[in-house]
Design a protein around this ligand. Structure first.
Ligand code: SAH
Length: 221
């Protein structure tokens, strides 16, 4: 059985979920382990709950989406997180990605422009005992100045360019992963590394994300 109230996927469903991740390039053992531990079904409610273990994005409240599991895995892998890292995620959404990050990093800050999503995600973090995540309502295109700088930054909404304030809040030696491109066109997942002398960019793969919008959201929209 699947779904949020069933205590997680059965063994067969879990095996297929992990197989799909591996076959799409998620090979990092620590990432696979984190994704095996965090039950995606806890982050999806309503009519789509029984599809939680399929490798597809699904609708969540406020007109947003929970990302495809293999994309979550590939982005997490690209961040090369270590156990000492302080991570910022922009775009809490369901909270699923933040929960995976929290299994790998020391501390995770995640922000979303929709207060309702932050409230729901916080309830799940609490239920799962994930005490190293702080979720807040904020416009993440400005980053989170009071907690900066960050070792790693993950943006899970598409910007036209990597936002300047986020680049500024990345530590030297830090890594940021961000989907870049027009909201209605194909976007590219970019990895930015900050070195002593500036930023290096590499293109990872085509992706499709909801847009990074300015300002706070009206709940329900
Ligand atoms: N990481 C999420 C999926 C994110 S969907 C998960 O695991 O479920 C993208 C999210 O980015 C949406 O919830 C949207 O509200 C949020 N978002 C868009 N623009 C934003 C901004 N400027 N600041 C913060 N959040 C933003």
């Amino acid at each position: 059985m699947t779904g949020p109230s069933s205590g997680g996927p059965d063994a067969e469903t879990k095996m297929q979920f992990l197989y799909a991740l591996r076959s799409r390039g998620v090979t990092d053992k620590r990432v696979l382990n984190a994704m095996e531990t965090i039950d995606r079904g806890r982050f999806i409610t309503g009519i789509f709950a029984d599809r939680a273990y399929e490798d597809m994005p699904l609708p969540i409240p406020c007109g947003q989406t929970i990302s495809q599991p293999s994309v979550v895995g590939l982005m997490t892998q690209a961040l090369q997180i270590t156990a000492r890292d302080k991570v910022l995620e922009v775009g809490t959404g369901s909270g699923y990605q933040a929960a995976i990050l929290a299994r790998l990093a020391r501390r995770v800050y995640t922000v979303d422009r929709h207060a309702r999503l932050v409230r729901d995600a916080n309830a799940v973090f609490q239920a799962l005992g994930l005490v190293n995540i702080t979720a807040m309502t904020a416009d993440g295109s400005h980053g989170l100045a009071e907690q900066a700088p960050f070792d790693r930054i993950l943006v899970t909404a598409a910007a036209e360019d990597p936002p300047g304030p986020l680049l500024a809040q990345l530590k030297i030696g830090g890594i940021m992963v961000v989907p870049v491109g027009q909201s209605d066109a194909v976007q590219t997942l970019i990895r930015v590394r900050r070195g002593e002398n500036g930023f290096d960019y590499d293109e990872l793969r085509p992706v499709r994300f909801v847009p990074l919008l300015e300002g706070l959201g009206k709940d329900g929209s």
